[in-house]
Design a protein around this ligand. Structure first.
Ligand SMILES: Nc1ncnc2c1ncn2[C@@H]1O[C@H](COP(=O)(O)OP(=O)(O)OP(=O)(O)O)[C@@H](O)[C@H]1O
Length: 225
């Protein structure tokens, strides 16, 4: 598939392969077949990997940051790891923490944070280097309604190709220009949200997107049989 400079939502049932896709696309899980090209350069190529990795950032589904480090240290360290110079990494980390409204907890230890705050640290480290490709694995999980709204607003402001996986249809309808449905590792739908709603038995009914998603999967399993 080709990812464009827009927001692409990746949806699918548990185990469909969303996180696997994200990890492969982010350069962290080498594919057994196929390739990942960033601006035409392989993210797994020996000579091209370094540059490709600077363009892509992942907010993983679960992140295990060291509990003893402060929020600022974690974001700064990961930003430095991505190639920022030390002073620049500090500035970028501070700015990213402001973006996710976590600046007031910059000095807190990771182990003192709530689950939703940890998710926001994951988002901060992903946006700190202004990546042109941002992969977000279930970004709204664990966020309260206000924080989810802030995340949606921030993501709308980004000038990047964003891929987000989600089970929350509200995220999809608030953000996605394009929707992909993944089923057992295969893309079985590629279109807009209205296209997906059109697959529902009643496209004008409330929750038509969910019904369309289920209809796509039902058609697929019908074909498979
Ligand atoms: N490290 C691993 N080793 C072997 N199999 C794995 C590993 N991680 C995931 N899988 C398998 O790969 C498939 C896809 O898993 P993946 O985590 O990508 O799904 P997902 O769509 O992100 O699911 P969820 O919605 O539950 O997060 C599943 O069958 C899963 O059991």
């Amino acid at each position: 598939m080709e990812i464009r400079r827009e927001v692409t939502a990746l949806i699918g049932v548990n185990g469909a392969g969303k996180s696997t896709f994200m990890n492969v696309a982010a350069g962290g899980l080498s594919p057994t077949s196929g390739s990942v090209l960033v601006d035409g350069k392989s993210i797994y190529g020996r000579r091209t990997r370094r540059q490709a990795l600077q363009t892509v950032a992942l907010m993983p589904q679960t992140a295990s940051f060291p509990g003893n480090m402060t929020v600022r240290e974690v974001v700064e360290y990961l930003t430095w790891m991505r190639g920022a110079r030390a002073g620049d990494a500090r500035t970028r980390a501070e700015r990213a923490l402001e973006t996710v409204e976590l600046a007031d907890r910059a000095g807190s230890k990771i182990r003192e944070l709530s689950g939703g705050m940890l998710r926001r640290v994951g988002l901060a480290q992903a946006v700190a280097m202004d990546p042109s490709i941002l992969l977000l694995d279930e970004p709204s999980t664990g966020l309260d309604p206000e924080q989810r709204r802030i995340m949606v607003d921030r993501l709308r402001e980004l000038d990047a190709a964003v891929v987000l996986s989600s089970h929350v249809m509200e995220d999809v309808s608030d953000l996605a220009d394009r929707v992909l449905v993944l089923d057992a590792g295969t893309i079985v739908f590629d279109g807009t949200l209205p296209d997906l709603c059109d697959r529902a038995p009643d496209p004008s009914a409330p929750r038509a997107a969910e019904a369309g998603f289920l209809a796509v999967l039902a058609t697929r399993s019908g074909v498979a049989r």
